[in-house]
Design a protein around this ligand. Structure first.
Ligand code: IVH
Length: 693
């Protein structure tokens, strides 16, 4: 009996084994799993190229097609879905609150230095403690965002939290997963995958993205975010990850907590390793042979930061070598081996002369404080936005008040607060007018909306602002067409729509006040030269509601031509990850409107030319280029731009898919590879003549 039982068990096992090996379904399953893995690898690679290196190699459409293939396979075979799959960025449903996470190693803060003397004193302290004359430092930009920790176990992102009080943070894993520059799985390198890796860094928002989001929120009557830090913090602390996914969050990594399975000896190696593993690392860091170099980085960066896309409030200077950091240790909440060299706050005190109300191109009324001029970082400020009526009330800003104003980066100056102790009693509170200050029309404020709006679409203030927007730097960029000229053109009823700018003549311009023949000629030349436009600029300039620069860029890339966008269906638009339902409605309504179509028609009859249209489908459309070696007539970026402009693509490696390899001076092995694969090789001259327009 017992014997039989044993036999029977063996038999079953054997049968199972046979079944397992021979059943055709099992073989298929293995193949499908491999296919899924293969697709994931490719998508991860392209994610990394796009979001981390900012160097995409495939078009959005190709990326979407890969993504959809993976989605389809995963929905047919849900047993293979893993939490680190690219399809699983926004999976979680809204949470009730955030769990507390205890950081395995506390997240310290930094001591601040506000002067060069304080930075020098920091160095002297360190040299003394280490008994040396000089120390190697690494200097990095200090971004103003929210610091977070990401935990990876065996290569997969498992948990993420805010810094909190340094010991206890909040579990914001679901929200962090939606940030495209955070890898859900570490990239494979020659290094072993660490069994545990805690990566730390700053989640932040770029200044332009703040403006664009605020523009949309104002248009929708929602409260605006007062700075990029608040936007980053508010977005990460959202209970619904669906909301976070629509926010333009990015992350730079600069530190680690616990790490097991790899050895890292200094900050430079740490940054290199993080970058190899797939994290975004700020490329502006500098290794400094002593504190003098650290100080020169601080000075250079103070100027350079004004040209950056993000706000930085200082630089962090850190001892590079980890062994030395250990010797130095910490004092209460900050390490002795690092210091934050902060830049002077861009704040100043001045007086509010009056509070006026401005009407924007969408009809929204914005209270603006007219100030006694004051210098903020070299720029004279004479007005500051107060955003909306609620904001004026909350800050209780009155005409005649003494106030603190600030300007962060490129942000429009704003009133931080009123210094009420200076009041004399003759200040008067602000009241929103009941009719439009420009045209006298009715003002509406829809329930639960923050913004007041003028109902008249022909309101001269709205027309003026839409022309200023059209001619602005991010639009047609017409130099010499400032608000003073636009005011006259609209008030004298010379033009009513931006497209009529192209019909202006010399005589009319000279008839304007303070417009001599030379200025008129310059303005006419600027208008003429602005006629050649990229689609993305045109989409921004014509002022489709909700379309900021970023959305315009996405739409231009996606549709390529104005007519394709104009005839896009709602479904097509909703299929674009960055485009939500309200933007979709804004676009379709815009193109459905006869008047808007007439404006576009008028632009085209005035010979406004959209660059790339028509040539997109030319002989180079969709062709793939690879460059190797240095070009003598142009930079690699210029060559890339030229190729992209013609609808072709640029890759970094040669494959059988490559159409042309352009060989410059000192080419690498790519030339030989191209020859082996029979890919067409071009000299720089041949490339130039092929791409000349
Ligand atoms: S290092 C112990 N590096 O500044 C050192 N911090 O005031 C840990 N920050 O909480 C921080 N950029 O949020 C470091 N390149 C950078 C930084 C940086 C921004 C923030 C971080 C930290 C705060 C300290």
């Amino acid at each position: 009996m017992c014997h039989f039982a044993v036999q029977a068990t063996v038999l079953v096992i054997r049968l199972d084994n046979r079944l397992f090996r021979r059943h055709p379904l099992c073989k298929m399953t293995g193949e499908i799993q491999r296919e899924i893995e293969g697709l994931r690898e490719r998508i991860w690679d392209h994610n990394y190229l796009y979001h981390v290196l900012d160097r995409p190699e495939i078009s959005d459409a190709e990326y979407d097609s890969l993504f959809r293939q993976l989605q389809k396979l995963e929905s047919l075979h849900p047993q293979f879905v893993t939490t680190d799959s690219p399809t699983q960025r926004v999976g979680a449903s809204p949470a009730e609150g955030f769990r507390t996470i205890v950081h395995a190693i506390p997240m310290l803060s930094l001591e601040n230095a506000f002067t060069l003397d304080e930075i020098k004193a920091f160095d002297r302290r360190i040299c003394k403690l280490l008994h040396v004359d000089r120390v190697v430092y690494i200097a990095e930009p200090k971004l103003d965002g929210l610091s977070v920790e990401l935990v990876y176990e065996n290569g997969s992102f498992v948990r993420g939290s805010t810094r909190g009080d340094g010991t206890n943070g909040e579990d914001v894993t679901a929200n962090l997963r939606t940030i495209r520059s955070i890898p859900l799985r570490l990239r494979r390198t020659q290094l072993a995958i660490p069994s545990v890796l805690e990566v730390r860094g700053e989640v932040y928002v770029e200044t332009d993205d703040l403006h664009q989001l605020n523009e949309k929120r104002e248009a929708a009557g929602l409260p605006v975010f007062s700075n990029t830090r608040n936007l980053a913090a508010g977005s990460l602390r959202q209970l619904d990850p669906q909301v976070t996914t629509t926010r333009p969050l990015k992350m730079f990594c600069y530190d680690i907590g616990r790490v097991e399975g790899i050895r890292i000896g200094c900050q430079e190696q740490l940054l290199r390793t993080l970058s190899l593993l797939g994290f975004r690392v700020n490329p502006l860091h500098r290794l400094c042979g002593g504190i003098e170099e650290g100080i020169s980085f601080y000075n250079d960066f103070q100027v350079r930061r004004k040209t950056l896309l993000y706000e930085a409030d200082g630089v962090v200077i850190k001892v590079d070598e980890f062994a030395l950091r250990k010797v130095l240790g910490r004092v209460s909440h900050s390490p002795r081996w690092a210091i934050a060299g902060k830049f002077q706050a861009e704040q100043a005190i001045t007086k509010v002369r009056e509070i006026i109300v401005q009407v924007g191109r969408t009809g929204i009324l914005t209270p603006v404080a007219i100030l006694e001029p004051v210098r903020l970082y070299g720029v004279e400020i004479s007005r500051a936005t107060l955003h909306n009526e609620d904001e004026v009330k909350r800050k209780d800003v009155r005409a005649g008040d003494t106030v603190i104003v600030q300007r962060a980066g490129d942000v429009i100056p704003e009133v931080v607060k009123s210094l009420t102790k200076y009041r004399k009693g003759d200040e008067f509170p602000f009241k929103m007018p009941s009719v439009c200050p420009s045209c006298g029309s009715r003002i509406i404020r829809r329930q639960s909306m923050v913004a007041h709006r003028c109902v008249n679409i022909s309101c001269p203030a709205r027309i003026k602002q839409s022309i200023v927007h059209f001619a602005g730097k991010a639009g047609f960029d017409i130099a010499g067409l400032g608000i003073k000229v636009v005011n006259q053109l609209v008030e004298k009823e010379i033009i009513k729509r931006p497209s009529q700018l192209f019909r202006l003549d010399r005589e009319t311009l000279i008839s304007l006040e303070r417009m001599g023949p030379r200025s008129a000629d310059n303005l006419l030349a600027a208008i003429r030269n602005s006629r050649s436009m990229t689609l993305e600029r045109l989409l921004f300039a014509i002022g489709i509601p909700e379309i900021g620069q970023q959305t315009a860029r996405i739409l231009a890339k996606r549709f390529g031509t104005l007519s394709r966008l104009g005839s896009a269906s709602k479904e097509e638009l909703l299929g674009i990850p960055e485009i939500g339902p309200s933007t979709t409605t804004a676009i379709t309504e815009y193109f459905a409107n006869q008047e808007n179509r007439a404006v576009i028609e008028e632009l085209l009859t005035c010979r406004v030319q959209i660059k790339g249209e028509g040539t997109r489908l030319g002989p180079l459309a969709e062709k793939r280029f690879v460059f190797t070696g240095a070009l003598s007539r142009m930079t690699r970026d210029e060559a890339t731009e030229r190729v992209r402009h013609l609808g072709a693509r640029v890759s970094t490696s040669v494959s059988s898919q490559t159409d042309y390899v352009v060989i410059g001076v000192n080419p690498g092995s790519k030339g030989a590879k191209a020859r082996n694969l029979g890919v067409k090789i071009l000299s720089e001259e041949e490339f130039s003549s092929l791409t000349e327009q």
